[in-house]
Design a protein around this ligand. Structure first.
Ligand SMILES: Nc1ccn([C@@H]2O[C@@H]3COP(=O)(O)O[C@H]3[C@H]2O)c(=O)n1
Ligand SMILES: [Zn+2]
Ligand SMILES: [Zn+2]
Length: 245
């Protein structure tokens, strides 16, 4: 059983050297986007892939660097490939994704709700969902923007993908105690960490946690930080990682 994860990009929302922090998670049967942000359609093309080569998408929250590519994804699947992609998303985000993000661009006669475009699979947090025989996903609600729902992903009980979240050392400790062996964490390299964990905060983690952490969702200043991130390597865009070995 091998689950692979390849990042289309590893950049922060404002990064220009790195595409949005979106991934492709795959098993022998299934290939899904993890988020589909503004730069995802171009990043996918640059990897030599097309939308019909994926089965669907898992969404973590409604910022543009995570959902800004969904209009093109939905339209390409509808008009070019004639198939509804799967959309795995927290129940709380189903209505706002349509009403606040997609409706303005996508609504027309026959396209009146999210289900008209996607095969929607609403997910409850703290519940494991078997995507296929090799892949289970659990959403964990984590703090990002006050009063806006945002979710991290726990994959096969062993891999934690923060998506966008503020520093939560107790949660990270608890996850490791429960058997998580690998943590991919968003990382703000410059400035105060009002909505993301900062590199300073992450460097305060004990070695037992740091040794499991890799850094993603970083800014264009990454090169200035090479060798200065403790035990935590940067995730490389486009590299194919095996995440549950
Ligand atoms: N309260 C907020 C809201 C947003 N932001 C910035 O906007 C970005 C949106 O995408 P993100 O990846 O969540 O990162 C957010 C912050 O850079 C921010 O800095 N403070
Ligand atoms: Zn983001
Ligand atoms: Zn965000």
């Amino acid at each position: 059983m091998t689950v692979k994860l390849q990042m289309l990009g590893t950049g922060s929302a404002f990064a220009k050297r790195y595409a949005n922090n979106n991934g492709i998670i795959s098993t022998s049967n299934t290939k899904l986007f993890i988020d589909c942000g503004i730069t995802a359609p171009l990043a996918l093309h640059q990897l030599g892939l097309t939308f019909d080569q994926l089965d669907g998408v898992i969404i973590t929250h409604l910022h543009g660097d995570h959902v800004g590519g969904l209009e093109e994804y939905g339209f390409q699947m509808m008009f070019r490939y004639k198939r509804k992609p799967k959309l795995y998303i927290a129940t709380t985000l189903v209505e706002p994704l349509w009403e606040n993000t997609l409706k303005g661009g996508m609504s027309q006669p026959g396209l009146e709700c999210l289900e008209d475009v996607f095969d929607v699979h609403p997910l409850e947090p703290d519940t494991n969902y078997a995507i296929d025989d090799e892949l289970s996903i659990r959403l964990i609600q984590t703090p990002h923007i006050p009063d806006k729902s945002s979710y991290s992903l726990l994959v096969n009980e062993t891999f934690f993908y923060s998506a966008d979240m503020r520093f939560q050392p107790q949660l990270l400790e608890q996850l490791v105690q429960q058997g998580v062996t690998s943590i991919w964490h968003d990382c703000q390299l410059v400035g105060a960490g009002e909505v993301h964990a900062t590199i300073t905060e992450l460097l305060s983690l004990p070695p037992s946690i740091q040794s499991r952490v890799s850094l993603m969702h970083y800014g264009d200043e990454r090169s200035e930080w090479e060798g200065r991130t403790g035990l935590m390597p940067f995730i490389e865009p486009h590299h194919v990682y095996t995440i549950d070995s």
